[in-house]
Design a protein around this ligand. Structure first.
Ligand SMILES: [Zn+2]
Length: 240
């Protein structure tokens, strides 16, 4: 008898705020009065519905905007970040999600993300400030990329590739090295290997391998540009 392989579907973040729960959790009483902050020096607005360190959120947003700007992906609109107590039920294993319909971001509060041992630890190290910032950067990368795809319905793989590259890139070098050491590999070899199933099976590994792939390109920014233009189309299912 062959044991059935155990497959865990997980999301480092969701790009499916809408699909996961058919809608983002409906506005709760009092949500409208949740305090809002505008990051200093960064075009991002935070709405706090859960306890969180706003400095970390602004730093994560700024890091993603700076990284993408440096490779030619502009910020076209104010980034709206909702810090929430819970994500839609279909995203139990996620720390955040980007809502394509409304163009905003939902991220768990930093208090919950770091202190709650039930919170997802996709990188096989305890969540801390640096990792929390990187989660924010991941979602902000989704928002900026969404505004830059030159065609309709980009694959989830392409979106997660960009978000994963940004997330790993914005980590402090020491923390990045530690995380990379938890995921042996030398990066995806080609576009065929970068698919959404790989992401679902192990989102932390997907981000690390995407980062390594990006870094070993002669010009990683050009690869991202080709994803955004549709010149390279990543598939959501593996090709055999
Ligand atoms: Zn994502």
């Amino acid at each position: 008898m062959i044991a059935r392989p155990k497959i865990t579907i997980a999301y480092l973040s969701g790009i499916f705020c809408q699909l996961a729960a058919s809608a983002v959790a409906p506005a709760e009483a009092g949500e409208a009065s949740a305090p809002s902050f505008r990051c200093s020096g960064t075009d991002a607005v935070i709405r706090l519905e859960a306890p969180a360190n706003t400095d970390w959120i602004c730093e994560g947003a700024a890091a993603a905007i700076d990284f993408l700007g440096a490779i030619g992906v502009p910020q076209r609109a104010t980034v709206e970040i909702n810090i929430v107590e819970t994500l839609p039920s279909g995203l139990r294993d996620a720390v955040g999600c980007y809502d394509w319909l409304h163009g905003d971001i939902h991220v768990l509060g930093s208090d919950r993300c770091i202190r709650d041992t039930e919170a997802p630890q996709a990188f096989r190290v305890p969540n801390d400030a640096g990792i929390y910032r990187s989660y924010v950067a991941h979602e902000v990368a989704h928002a900026l990329a969404a505004g830059s795809f030159g065609f309709a319905h980009p694959s989830a793989a392409a979106q997660e590739y960009i978000a994963g590259v940004v997330q790993i890139s914005v980590l402090e070098p020491g923390q990045r090295s530690e995380i990379l050491s938890r995921f042996p590999g030398d990066g995806y070899d080609g576009a065929v290997e970068i698919n959404f199933l790989s992401y679902q099976l192990d989102p932390g590994r997907f981000a690390v391998e995407a980062y390594r792939h990006f870094m070993k390109q002669e010009d990683g920014g050009a690869f991202v540009e080709r994803l955004l233009s549709g010149d390279i189309r990543l598939k959501d299912q593996p090709t055999y």
